[in-house]
Each structure stands twice: as structure tokens, then as C-alpha cells.
Design a protein around this ligand. Structure first.
Ligand SMILES: NC(=O)c1ccc[n+]([C@@H]2O[C@H](COP(=O)([O-])OP(=O)(O)OC[C@H]3O[C@@H](n4cnc5c(N)ncnc54)[C@H](O)[C@@H]3O)[C@@H](O)[C@H]2O)c1
Length: 444
């Protein structure tokens, strides 16, 4: 019997269905990346089915209840009520959609090697339902070569051929969680397909939700672009963290240095020192590239060095807290410390890889009595301890020997905190401009 093939007409039909939004979209993985993307396509007028392994998340979406700060429940509810967005734990829903976007996690193993088990599992699920005319897009951040070396062979094991029977593209997610300024719409989308039709179809799709789509020649270019963007951040954050340590020794104010350097209209962009890096991207993605580079007998020294500097920042913060307490003739052991903010950056609810966790762990190890407050993180586990966010009152600050600002959420009334607290160690420079003798800042 002749093998079924995708005809020119089938391809035209797929293109026109993407153009007129009658193509159905499946999104695998409904986290920080997948849910906003699924909602963006639903709001653009597509029928979207999100598949997630987490039943709790699926139930919440079905009820129109958001679990992400960036997504208001009202928006979600509207898309669900209109029937534009559905969520399910059943992978078989992928059979019915025309395009499948993979947004699953890409963590590291304990030894900081890429852990592609989620991408492999999602690809295997897709392979079970792959059919003629499917467009598959990988959005998870990963090392260059993943689409071709990992996803492609799994999909081709079905006997279908890319560019002939189905299409495969890498398109990195570049969202900035918590940002109101940069959204899916105004952040250019990069697409690199396994062959020209894969690139063209993915570009056609993303133009419905993004103002600018840039087509690149291969998935590897798109994959490298994404990790390079994150390595760039990691290296520059490490550089300014190192500068902050030097400034502290030289008694130069690093915040003033950054402010004056920022007046240069070319060749400079500001990065800010802090307690380290967190989230699912900056602490992890550089290792994806470093690991892949070793296959080529190549050592990415900048990446390793930047990671080393950024990863030691929590220890430095604890050392500086000890030094701050010493100015009040207090030792860390037995001191009451209040950590303000444990999310990895301001105004978000994500605590993954947050440097605050390491700071708290080290403080507890050194026998400090640690409490924390974070409006977005009601509780979390640190070793054997379950910590709960304390209730903030105006008077509470004076109960602590030192208030350490680790994450400068916008809700903190810093002037009032400065009035009440005995001592503040500010790791973010958020109190610059408040002149008070009880404030000690990183890098001053
Ligand atoms: N969080 C960010 O700011 C950000 C930004 C850009 C890129 N990325 C990248 O995007 C990817 C996803 O990150 P995230 O932050 O959205 O992760 P996340 O953990 O918030 O969400 C991933 C979701 O995938 C689900 N999942 C895992 N395996 C599955 C499977 N086989 N089938 C169905 N669902 C599955 C999980 O239950 C979870 O809900 C990662 O590669 C990350 O590096 C993240």
C-alpha cells in the first residue's frame, strides 16, 4: 500500500488555517512559560488545549483560577468561558490539535548536568500522536542541538519525515516574569526550523501574538541565541557583583559608580549587584551550554567563572550581615534576623533557585534566629524547618537585630522600615537615597 503523504494542498490548507486562526494549538507544560503563551493564543482567537502533568494546575485553569501573578484570574476565566482555552492532563488531546508547543522544564541534575527527561517525555508523548501536517515547536531553554539530536529522532521513530510529513522548529521563550513593560507581544520572537517550511509555519503562527518575528537559519542558532542571552546576563551580573565586593574594600560606593557609568550613552548598560541569581533561567541555562561545549573539548571559562561568583554571593551576604552586626557589637549567633523578600526577584512569586534560600540556610547554620516576610511566598521548606512568612506590622521591625533586604518587592515602605529597624542590610541598593545611619548596603 502506498505511504500516505502530505500533499501540497494539505500544506496550503495548514497555512491558511494558521492564518485564519482555525488551526488548533496544543501547549505541553502550563507553567510560567506555557500558561501565558496558551492564553496569548486563546486571546488572539485560537482554540488552545493545554496539557499539563499537574492535575492541580489543570483543575485551576478549568475553574479560571490563575496560579501565576502575571496572569489575572479574570483573563483566564474569560478565555476558558469562551471555550478558547481548555486544560487537560490527557496527552491524547494532542491528536486533535494542529500545532504543539513544548514548554516543559529543563532543570539540572545534582551534578549540574542538563536534565532533558521532561523534553524526552514530552517528545515521546507527541510521537504517540504525531500525524501528517503536525507542526511541533520546542520552546524550553536548552543547549544547541537539542531539537535535532533529541526531539527529531524521537519524532522520526514514527516513520514520519520532517519537512515532508510534519514540521519541527525551535523558538525560545524570552519572557521577563513580573515585567509589565515587556510582554509576549512586544518581545521579538525567534524561530529556527529544521528546514524552511518549519521556520515559515512557526513564524506565521507567532505573528498572531508577537509584533516581530525573526526567522533564523537553523534551530541551533535559535537555541544558542537563547542560552547566549542568559549567559550574557549571568556574566554581567557576576562582573558587577565582583565590582561591589571590591568597592566595599576600597570604600567606594558601587551604586554611585553604576549611576555615573549609566550616563554613558553608548557601550555600557547597567547591571546591578545583589545576593546572587535565581529563577529557572540564569542559574541553570549557562550550564547547559558549558556541558555541551565539553563535547567539543571546549571550556566556557566565562560561564564557569560567572556561576562561581554568583553562587558565592549568598555566602558573601551572610559575611556582610555578620560585619553589619559587629558594628552594633553583636554576633550573628543568637541574633534575630528578618529576611525581607525570598522570591528570586522583585514582585514575583517564584522561589526556584532563589539566593534567599541559601542565605537563610547559612544564617540558620550559623545559629541565627531567622524569620522572613514575602507577600507572595506564604511558606516554604528549608531543610527540616518549615518557614512561614511573618505578618508585617510597623512595630515588628524593631524586634530584630538586623533586617536583611534580599528581594526588594515594591510593596515595602522602605522609609518607614528605615525608621523602625535597628539595623538594615540592603543587598539590592533599594534604599539608596535614604540617609539613615542604621542602613548598611552591599558594595559601599
Ligand atoms: N520561567 C521563566 O522565566 C522562563 C523564561 C524563559 C524560558 N523559560 C524556559 O521555559 C521552560 C519552562 O519553564 P517554566 O518556568 O514555565 O517551568 P514550570 O515548571 O513553571 O512549568 C512547566 C510545566 O510543565 C509541566 N510538565 C512537565 N512535564 C510535562 C509533560 N511531560 N507533559 C505535560 N506537562 C508537563 C509541569 O507540570 C509544569 O506545570 C524551561 O525550559 C525554562 O528554562 C523559563
Amino acid at each position: 500500500m502506498a505511504r500516505a503523504e502530505l500533499t501540497v494542498n494539505d500544506l496550503r490548507n495548514l497555512e491558511s488555517r494558521i492564518r485564519d486562526k482555525s488551526a488548533d494549538i496544543g501547549v505541553v507544560g502550563l507553567g510560567y512559560v506555557g500558561l501565558p503563551l496558551a492564553l496569548a493564543f486563546a486571546e488572539a482567537g485560537f482554540n488552545v488545549t493545554g496539557v499539563d502533568a499537574d492535575k492541580g494546575r489543570v483543575n485551576k485553569i478549568t475553574r479560571g483560577t490563575s496560579y501565576l501573578l502575571d496572569i489575572e484570574s479574570a483573563r483566564l476565566k474569560k478565555a476558558v468561558t469562551k471555550g478558547r482555552l481548555k486544560a487537560t492532563t490527557s496527552q491524547s488531546a494532542l491528536r486533535r490539535v494542529d500545532t504543539i508547543i513544548i514548554c516543559v522544564p529543563t532543570p539540572l541534575t545534582k551534578t549540574k548536568e542538563p536534565d532533558l527527561t521532561y523534553i524526552v517525555a514530552a517528545s515521546n508523548d507527541i510521537a504517540r500522536f504525531l500525524r501528517l501536517g503536525h507542526l511541533v515547536i520546542l520552546e524550553s531553554t536548552t543547549y544547541p542541538g537539542t531539537t535535532r539530536e533529541i526531539v527529531l529522532p524521537i519524532l522520526e521513530s514514527t516513520g514520519l519525515k520532517v519537512g515532508v510529513d510534519y514540521f519541527l522548529t525551535f523558538s525560545p521563550e524570552r519572557i521577563d516574569p513580573g515585567s509589565r513593560k515587556f510582554t509576549i507581544k512586544n518581545t521579538p520572537k525567534i524561530v529556527g526550523g529544521m528546514e524552511p517550511t518549519s521556520t515559515k509555519l512557526a513564524a506565521l503562527l507567532y505573528r498572531h501574538v508577537s509584533d516581530r518575528v525573526l526567522e533564523v537559519s537553523t534551530p541551533e542558532v535559535a537555541e544558542m541565541d537563547k542560552v547566549f542571552e542568559n549567559v550574557f546576563r549571568s556574566v554581567n551580573i557576576a562582573l558587577v557583583n565582583e565590582l561591589a565586593k571590591l568597592c566595599e574594600k576600597m570604600n567606594i560606593n558601587v551604586w554611585e559608580v553604576i549611576r555615573s557609568a549609566s550616563t554613558k550613552p553608548f557601550g555600557y548598560m547597567p547591571f546591578y549587584p545583589g545576593p546572587g541569581v535565581g529563577g529557572h533561567c540564569i542559574p541553570l541555562d549557562p550550564y547547559y551550554l558549558a556541558s555541551k561545549a565539553r563535547e567539543y573539548f571546549f571550556h566556557t571559562r566565562f560561564i564557569e567563572l560567572a556561576a562561581e561568583i554568583n553562587e558565592t554571593m549568598p555566602e558573601y551576604i551572610v559575611e556582610q550581615t555578620v560585619a553589619a552586626l559587629n558594628t552594633r557589637s553583636r554576633s550573628l549567633k543568637g541574633s534575630k534576623i528578618l529576611i525581607l523578600g525570598v522570591a528570586y526577584k522583585k514582585d514575583i512569586e517564584d522561589v526556584r533557585e532563589s539566593p534567599a534560600l541559601r542565605v537563610i540556610e547559612l544564617l540558620i547554620e550559623k545559629k541565627a534566629m531567622v524569620h522572613y516576610h514575602d507577600p507572595y511566598i506564604p511558606d516554604f521548606r528549608e531543610g527540616n524547618h518549615r518557614l512561614r512568612s511573618i505578618k508585617l506590622t510597623k512595630k515588628v521591625f524593631s524586634n530584630y537585630d538586623c533586617v536583611v533586604i534580599v528581594t526588594d518587592h515594591s510593596c515595602y515602605d522602605l522609609k518607614s522600615i528605615a525608621k523602625e529597624a535597628k539595623l538594615i542590610f540592603d543587598t539590592r541598593g533599594c534604599t539608596v537615597g535614604i540617609n539613615a545611619s542604621n542602613i548598611i548596603r552591599l558594595g559601599e
